[in-house]
Ligand binder design. Structure first.
Ligand SMILES: [Zn+2]
Length: 85
């Protein structure tokens, strides 16, 4: 995959409008209008900036601190889809 690494873009869904952090890889040769962002300490999403954590965890059940898990289904955020089209 090393020759294709230039087409790899990493992002997290929470930077695209979801309440949970889920990392994903986008492979494309099209240029993005803006760089895709990953939720990290040096670039937190809006939820982490506002509340210090994500309000929903990316797992089926609740977390130890009581944050609910995701409901069934895992849709690609509309903001991410719109950015890629
Ligand atoms: Zn986040």
């Amino acid at each position: 995959m090393q020759p294709l690494k230039q087409y790899l873009h990493e992002t997290t869904y929470c930077h695209c409008g979801t309440e949970h952090r889920e990392a994903t890889h986008i492979w494309t040769n099209s240029s993005a209008r803006v760089p895709l962002r990953r939720c990290r300490k040096d670039d937190p999403c809006g939820q982490v900036q506002a509340y210090g954590k994500h309000s929903v965890v990316a797992q089926a059940g609740a977390s130890k601190d009581g944050a609910p898990g995701m409901s069934s289904g895992d849709n690609i955020p509309l903001d991410l889809t719109a950015e890629l089209l």
